[in-house]
Design a protein around this ligand. Structure first.
Ligand SMILES: [Zn+2]
Length: 286
């Protein structure tokens, strides 16, 4: 009886040690998906994990996954299907396909570097640099970079921006599985100026910091995924309004920190205990 009690105590200590460790270390250390579980996003985009993740094939008709050494080409099957549809759309607008940045880690969760979101297998970054007809080598995929389509002053797009970029963003936004797409505000502004006719799809195109070398596509929770938490839909309308104008204000472009303002506290690292409780099972499943 006594040994059993000690056993439990040791186990409790181990468990609390594990739950104090940043979740990004735990999930970042898992090289393979939780294949014993059915595919399911668990939690929300910036606080969750992925059961039954599937790999985006590194090369497909219309896409090539980049930065393979990061092992972040994993997602919910719906996300992999979306990338395939986007690759086909890219080819139909005259690109040789798309170059695909990060999806999620094999079991999702927080990452050791980079994104706050991309945690539940429903987010993907697509490069602004068009794809290639030939298959890139692994080395090329880690060396080759994307390029920015926004000027250095962040007020407008640059000469690298093309109507094909706009057409690709439209194809992505008109896909029913897509909830929102994050782009630099200068890109949204250009679309607001150029798009005529049906402008409904602009609602899903959301201005955000960065996102000048890639755009970030976020899918809605798939059907029959009760553990997946959707984000509130974007505000009604095309978003070509004063909320967009703010991004070009001095406050946004040239923020001046107040001399005696308190320093913002660094955000506390997510631990396993901060994630939905089902993520412990995802982390430890075969
Ligand atoms: Zn992203």
């Amino acid at each position: 009886m006594k040994t059993l009690a000690i056993g439990f105590a040791a186990l409790a200590t181990l468990t609390s040690l594990a739950s104090a460790e940043p979740a990004k270390r735990l999930f970042g250390a898992r090289a393979a998906p939780a294949t014993s579980m059915a595919a399911a996003p668990v939690g929300s985009y910036a606080n969750g994990c992925l059961a039954g993740g599937v790999m985006l094939p590194t090369t497909g008709p219309g896409w090539q996954a980049m930065r393979l050494e990061r092992n972040r080409n994993w997602g919910h099957p719906e996300l992999v299907a979306f990338v395939a549809r986007l690759g086909a759309a890219a080819q139909s607008i005259g690109w040789d396909g798309v170059l695909v940045g990060d999806l999620s880690q094999p079991r999702g969760g927080p990452m050791l570097s980079g994104h706050a979101s991309h945690q539940i297998g429903l987010d993907v970054d697509i490069w602004m640099r068009p794809g290639y007809a030939r298959e890139l080598t692994r080395a090329e995929r880690s060396k080759l970079g994307s390029f920015s389509v926004v000027r250095a002053d962040r007020r407008s797009v640059n000469d690298a921006w093309t109507p094909r970029h706009a057409a690709l963003l439209q194809a992505a936004a008109e896909d029913d599985a897509v909830a929102r797409i994050f782009v630099n505000a200068a890109i949204k502004d250009q679309l607001c100026r150029d798009v005529g006719g049906d402008r409904l799809w602009l609602r899903k195109i959301r201005p955000w910091w960065g996102h000048d070398e890639h755009f970030h596509v976020r899918l809605t929770c798939p059907k029959g995924a009760p553990a997946c938490t959707d984000q509130a839909p974007p505000p009604a309308g095309d978003g070509c309004d004063e909320t967009l104008a703010w991004w070009f204000s001095d406050e946004a472009l040239n923020p001046k920190p107040a001399p005696d303002a308190p320093k913002p506290k660094p955000r506390r690292e997510l631990t396993l205990a901060d994630l939905p409780s089902a993520c412990a099972a995802v982390l430890n499943a075969k």
